[in-house]
Each structure stands twice: as structure tokens, then as C-alpha cells.
Design a protein around this ligand. Structure first.
Ligand code: SAH
Ligand code: AVI
Length: 363
């Protein structure tokens, strides 16, 4: 369900005071109130989030084999664990993407001449500072639009960027990029905006299955006007041993991230998963060119999901898929862009060809 509300999540008083007040529940915009420099569209209020999670959990846990969508890893703990993953020695994508961005942000700023930077799946927006700096240097930057399903990480990032970039307005969007792209603030809702640069970093597009990815790119393309540009970060196919190590780190942070989806279901749907009853499993699927993360039940067990009035049994060693992470080639991406009416105008990768950034425009 789309819409907005004035729900305040448990994110601390400063954050809560910015995101939780001054919101006009009829239009979903915190245009006035505590801080005129932060505007919030909330398309996933607590009740919408609970309903969406409930639907996905019911579908996923009654399917054979069981499966959960990766978007539900991300509550305050999950976002913190992902941030820790980005610093692990085995997890190369963040470092590779940062290195590529460092070398090409000036060119991106010059090519896009964007006054508005929209970031999908923005998380902490850590690497995004490189783009914000380059766009500010170009003299065009006026507005930053971070968009994320997890309000806690979004609100912290919004406040940090507001403080670091005086003169830049923050228009934060709490939403699901698989459902709410049509509600992205358009030029008409962004006073003074002419050109938007939409960025989707980290390789998160690889967490969508092929059909979902096609739908996502189709919806995104429909939002782009002449003059807008899209920057997409993608992880590239490589030696499977390195890939498996990146998702099965020796410190066990990715295992904790994987199990966090069970804690999210416990907290938000009154379930009784024992996260220690599930082992972290990582495999490389060569045919699909993706990493799979799964949770393996270490014993026969029955789980109650109170909010769904549902009881689900897991057999010993039964595996449930929790994430795919697709690894691309340039040719495959070029074809997928072309199929939805996007033209790739620039491609940057690191010297090892570990990761790539594609700059696209409406074809
Ligand atoms: N872009 C950051 C964070 C990547 S982690 C980086 O490059 O490091 C993936 C982010 O996408 C998380 O912050 C998560 O909350 C968000 N996310 C995942 N699925 C989403 C969805 N369906 N809609 C909106 N945000 C989503
Ligand atoms: C957010 N996404 C691109 C990460 C990835 O690499 O697929 C999520 C992640 N899962 C395990 N480690 C990191």
C-alpha cells in the first residue's frame, strides 16, 4: 500500500524529531516544521511495512523450497551489519566501487550536470559523498533524494548529509524500490530542478532475480526524462572462490547478517525463530552467475509466526534461500539496458575488473 503517515520509528530523538514531525499526512511531505531542509516521503509507514513483510513471509515460508526476499535483512541491526560487511577484508565490492567512483566522479558530474541526486537503496550513502562533492564542485547541486526501505539508516544518512552539505535540500523517501518508483519526486515536485542523476550503487540490483530486475529497470526507465542520467553499480563475474569468501567471511559478520532476517521476523511478526538453529550457507550457482545465501535448519523444528497465525516446520538440513547476488558481464548489462530503452554511454571498471559502473541515458 502506498501512502504516508506520521509514525515515528525507534531511531533516537534527533532523528525522530526530524523524520517524525512536521509530516503532512495527506501528501506525505515534511515540508515545514522542524527542518525546512529535510523533506520526507514515507511510502512504507510501520503498518505498510508490517503488511508487506507479512505477505512475503507467508508466501515464502509456505513455498517449497522456502525462500525469503533479501529486502527484509535491513532493519537497524541489519543495516549496521551490512555497514560492517563493507569493511571486511573479504568483501571487495565496496572498496572496488569506491576506487572506480574516485576516478570518474568529475566526468559523471560534467556529463550529468545534475542539480538533483537521487540514490536508490542508499543505506549510509557513504560512497555517495564522492558524487555529492563532485556535483557541488560543478556548482549545480541543489538536492539529494536518498531512498531506502530501512528508515533508520535513511534518517541517519539524511541528517549527516544535511549537516555536511549546507545549501543542499534533502528529500528522503522511505519506500520499496520494487513498488514505489512511480512515486519518486519528479521535476514538478522539486522546485528549481532541471536534471536528475539517479544512482543505484553497491551492486544491489544483483539482489533482484532476472524477472524482478527487468520489471525494476522498466519502471525506472519510465521515470527518466530526457536529460536525466542513471549510474548503476554492478559486481562482475570472477573466480568463485573469491566470491564465496566474500559472502562467508572468517569473522562471521555475513552469517549474522543472514540470520538477522529471522530476528526481523521475530520482532515484527511475533515469531519464535531461534537464529542459532540455522546455519549460514553460501553457494555459487554458475548457471545463473549468482551467489546464493541460504539458511540451513540444524535440526527438525517448528516455528510459530504469531502475527500470521502460522506454524511452519523445518526438517533437519532443510535449506531456505535468503538472497541471490548476481555477477554480471558488460555484454549482459548492455543487452538488459537496451531491452528497457536505456543506452549505456560510459562504462568504468577497476583494473582487476572486479566491479563496474555504467552510465545510462534514455535511449
Ligand atoms: N547503496 C549502499 C547500501 C547497499 S546495501 C552501498 O552501496 O553500500 C542495500 C541497501 O538497499 C540497504 O540500505 C537496504 O535497506 C536497501 N534496500 C534493499 N532492498 C530494498 C528495496 N526493495 N527498496 C528500497 N531499499 C532497499
Ligand atoms: C546489498 N548487496 C549488494 C549485498 C551483496 O553483496 O549482494 C548484500 C550482501 N549480502 C551479503 N553480503 C552483502
Amino acid at each position: 500500500m502506498t501512502g504516508s503517515s506520521t509514525d515515528v520509528t525507534d531511531v533516537g530523538s534527533d532523528v525522530g524529531s526530524v523524520l517524525g514531525t512536521g509530516i503532512d499526512s495527506r501528501v506525505g511531505i515534511a515540508a515545514t516544521g522542524t527542518d525546512p531542509r529535510i523533506v520526507v516521503d514515507r511510502h512504507l509507514a510501520a503498518s505498510d511495512r508490517a503488511a508487506a513483510l507479512a505477505a512475503d513471509v507467508r508466501t515464502g515460508l509456505t513455498a517449497d523450497p522456502k525462500e525469503l526476499p533479501p529486502k527484509w535483512f535491513y532493519d537497524a541491526t541489519g543495516s549496521m551489519l551490512f555497514d560492517a560487511i563493507t569493511r571486511l577484508p573479504e568483501y571487495y565490492p565496496t572498496r572496488a566501487e569506491r576506487a572506480i567512483l574516485t576516478g570518474c566522479v568529475q566526468e559523471i558530474a560534467a556529463m550529468s550536470r545534475a542539480d538533483t541526486l537521487i540514490e536508490l537503496g542508499s543505506g549510509t550513502s557513504a560512497k555517495t559523498r564522492l558524487l555529492l562533492d563532485a556535483l557541488r564542485h560543478s556548482g549545480h547541486l541543489r538536492r539529494f533524494v536518498p531512498f531506502d526501505v530501512d528508515e533508520t539508516v535513511l534518517s541517519r544518512a539524511a541528517i549527516a548529509v544535511r549537516d555536511e552539505y549546507p545549501g543542499v535540500t534533502i528529500h528522503a523517501v522511505v519506500g520499496d524500490f520494487e513498488r514505489h518508483l512511480d512515486l519518486l519526486p519528479g521535476i514538478d515536485r522539486l522546485p528549481g530542478a532541471k536534471r536528475r542523476l539517479v544512482v543505484f550503487l553497491g551492486g544491489t540490483i544483483g539482489n533482484l532475480a532476472p524477472a524482478q530486475r527487468h520489471d525494476f529497470l522498466t519502471s525506472l526507465r519510465a521515470q527518466l526524462n530526457e536529460g536525466d542520467t542513471l549510474l548503476l553499480g554492478t559486481d562482475l563475474a570472477k573466480n568463485p572462490d573469491r566470491l564465496v569468501a566474500a559472502y562467508d567471511d572468517s569473522a562471521g559478520v555475513t552469517a549474522a547478517f543472514n540470520r538477522n532476517v529471522l530476528s526481523v521476523i521475530n520482532h515484527e511478526l511475533d515469531a519464535d525463530f531461534d537464529p542459532r538453529g540455522f546455519a549460514h550457507v553460501v553457494c555459487w550457482d554458475a548457471a545463473n552467475s549468482w551467489i546464493e545465501m541460504r539458511l540451513r535448519s540444524v535440526r527438525d523444528q517448528r516455528i510459530q509466526i504469531g502475527a500470521l497465525d502460522l506454524s511452519v516446520s523445518f526438517a533437519e538440513n532443510e535449506q531456505m534461500r535468503t538472497e541471490i547476488s548476481t555477477k554480471f558481464t558488460r555484454d549482459r548489462l548492455t543487452a538488459e539496458f537496451a531491452a528497457v530503452g536505456l543506452a549505456m554511454v560510459r562504462w568504468w571498471s577497476d583494473p582487476a575488473d572486479d566491479f563496474a559502473l555504467s552510465l545510462c541515458v534514455p535511449a
